[in-house]
Design a protein around this ligand. Structure first.
Ligand code: DHB
Ligand code: MG
Length: 219
């Protein structure tokens, strides 16, 4: 397979199954205009998160890593009007862009953007728990910490998704301790070994390159 081949398939599937959405496209535009990294999930993956929320009947969603709120909008649209997405963003400047994007998408009333380091915020969220779906998409070095909180703030049946588990193949080789790839690997090994989870993973090949998502349920 060539990049031309998989990019054409990604464009075809996106056009056919996702289509165009002004609020989502504007969110990415404003994220780019603010010089934030273009590391939001691909459209097909955003819709995958949205469908997981709907299929699981999620009402309370926890997202770790907001960025421009692209995935947040997808998730918020997948829960009922009285549902809640709590999304954690470390940088105030980014949280402000996220809030504006959520307003324009008309989901701001369902979303709480919590500013802070996730490791500090997560222990404060017991009052919003149990979460029905947790999406982990932040600093990869902390994936095991985030998975531990996903289990603690979840319940049996909680859906857990971890982004970026393939990293262009780098996940398959041992990595420097403390590095992002090492964090991804330790997160996957935790999903495989920790009796609180049952998990699988899907590789993805799309306009964001070769990567993947892990999907787990809290046992
Ligand atoms: C990076 C992080 C992400 O969450 C992502 O989806 C892609 C890339 C990164 O840090 O490089
Ligand atoms: Mg990601």
């Amino acid at each position: 397979p060539t990049p031309e081949g998989w990019l054409a398939v990604d464009a075809y599937l996106t056009e056919t199954l996702v289509g165009h959405d002004p609020a989502l496209e504007a969110a990415v535009r404003d994220q780019d205009a603010a010089d934030l990294p273009a590391i939001e999930v691909a459209p097909l993956n955003g819709k995958f998160l949205h469908l997981l929320a709907r299929i699981s009947g999620a009402r309370r969603v926890l997202e770790i890593g907001t960025l421009g709120a692209y995935s947040t909008i997808w998730l918020a649209r997948g829960i009922p009007a009285d549902g809640r997405v709590v999304t954690i963003e470390a940088e105030p400047r980014i949280a402000a862009i996220a809030r504006a994007n959520l307003e324009r998408a008309e989901v701001a009333d369902k979303v709480e953007v919590v500013e802070g380091i996730a490791a500090d915020v997560l222990p404060t969220l017991a009052g919003s728990a149990p979460f029905d779906l947790v999406f982990i998409d932040a600093d990869k070095e902390s994936n095991t910490l985030y998975l531990d909180w996903a289990a603690r703030l979840g319940r049996p049946g909680t859906v857990v998704v971890v982004d970026n588990i393939g990293r262009a193949g780098r996940v398959a080789a041992p990595a420097d301790p403390g590095s992002q790839i090492d964090g991804v690997r330790r997160g996957l090994e935790m999903l495989g070994a920790d009796p609180r989870f049952d998990a699988t993973a899907l590789q993805t090949l799309d306009l964001k390159g070769w990567d993947g998502v892990a999907l787990a349920v809290v046992v």
